[in-house]
Design a protein. Sequence first.
Length: 120
Amino acid sequence: MSKKSYPGKAQTQDESPDDSGEPTQEVETSPELLAASQPTQEVEAQAVVDEAPVVVVEPAKPVEKAHLFLRVASKSQGGFWRCKRHFTTKPEEIPLEDLTKAELEELEHEPALNVALIEK
């Protein structure tokens, strides 16, 4: 009796000649089945991550935020009123959080004032 091998088929018994007369079982294999039996890259990557050393980091000291101010001074010796504030030639520093967006834009675009953004 002769055994034939077919592409896409794998034999489950040894391919050596068998005189027992029992039929040889053949199992169909496909690339999908072969791929399913192989470990995936994700599983292998997970195993590597699980073996990584654990590093304990102590909490950092709180970082102080820089405070932003708007330095405003009048160009006129008599002073200048804007945004319900009177500005003189002496620079005044206003915290940005004390100003609305509209007030900030109004002060920045006022030609009668010297305006600068500063950080402390």
